[in-house]
Design a protein. Structure first.
Lengths: 180, 111
């Protein structure tokens, strides 16, 4: 246990204390060497593979994270696309509903107008027919009344004209015939 | 004293009778009767017709239609008053009924 600079590797006092305490420096040295050998072996056999595995796993985790991020991005893109498609579909459906509503409203108005026109035409026709019928009935009544009036007049004249008046009428008629 | 046409008619009649042919007599009679019917004027009248009016009417009729052989008067109360003359296809009417008919025609025409 020699030290070139100090002359001693370990101080003799320290050696004495260590001896008194039951500590063997040689043993400690060998133990240190053993420990270093063990450390080297462990590093070669155990730590390196574990570190490799850990590195691989870290790489895998990174890859998974990347994949996850990509998937997340794809998902977000799909969600956006879905939302866009839904939005477009909604706009399209609203347009279709609007067009259908407009058309149905237009059809309803047209149908109402046509129905109203037909009703008016029917009403006018019926009115006209009724007026014609009323005029015809009025004419028939007038004719009937005229006939009745004439019959009454004939009857009244036949009964009321005296023989003397008949003679006068006959005389005048003959005179007109002769003078003609 | 008879006229020449009467003398001629008498001779024709005697000649026809002398034939004693009933068919011939019937045919001649029918022909003469038909001729008389065709040349008979019929006068329809209402009320009483005095002889004076009758003569006046006959005179006027003969003047218009010299070929009239006979005039027949028929009472027709439905005429109410006046007279109606029918001779061949000629019809003359001057009656109250005709005037009422005229009014009736005007009423129907107005419609």
């Amino acid at each position: 246990l020699y030290d070139h600079n100090a002359g001693w590797l370990i101080s003799p006092y320290l050696l004495l204390i260590m001896e008194k305490l039951g500590i063997d420096p040689i043993l400690i040295l060998f133990q240190v060497i053993n420990f270093l050998i063990l450390l080297y072996i462990l590093k070669r056999v155990l730590y390196q593979p574990i570190l490799t595995i850990l590195e691989r796993r870290r790489t895998d985790v990174v890859k998974i994270e990347e994949t996850k991020a990509e998937l997340e991005n794809a998902k977000n893109a799909m969600v956006q696309e879905k939302d866009e498609i839904i939005r477009q579909a909604r706009i399209e459906s609203e347009k279709l509903i609007s067009v259908a509503t407009q058309r149905s409203e237009q059809f309803r108005r047209q149908f109402e107008a046509e129905t109203k026109q037909k009703a008016n035409e029917l009403l006018e026709k019926t009115k006209s027919e009724l007026e014609v019928k009323a005029a015809s009935i009025r004419g028939e009544i007038s004719q009937e009344m005229s006939q009745v009036a004439i019959l009454v007049a004939e009857k009244a004249l036949g009964e009321k004209i005296t023989d003397e008046q008949k003679q006068t009428i006959l005389h005048d008629a003959v005179r007109r015939f002769v003078e003609k | 004293m008879s006229t020449p046409i009467e003398t001629l008619s008498q001779k024709i009649a005697d000649r026809l009778l002398s034939t004693q042919d009933p068919d011939l007599l019937a045919r001649v009679n029918e022909k003469l009767a038909k001729q008389v019917r065709n040349q008979t004027a019929i006068i329809y009248y209402a009320g009483q017709m005095e002889e004076k009016i009758k003569h006046s009417l006959e005179k006027g009729l003969k003047k218009k239609f010299p070929d009239v052989l006979a005039i027949e008067f028929r009472l027709s109360p439905e005429l109410i008053a006046g007279f109606k003359l029918a001779y061949k296809d000629y019809v003359y009417e001057d009656t109250v009924q005709q005037r009422i008919g005229h009014i009736k025609g005007l009423i129907n025409l107005r419609k």
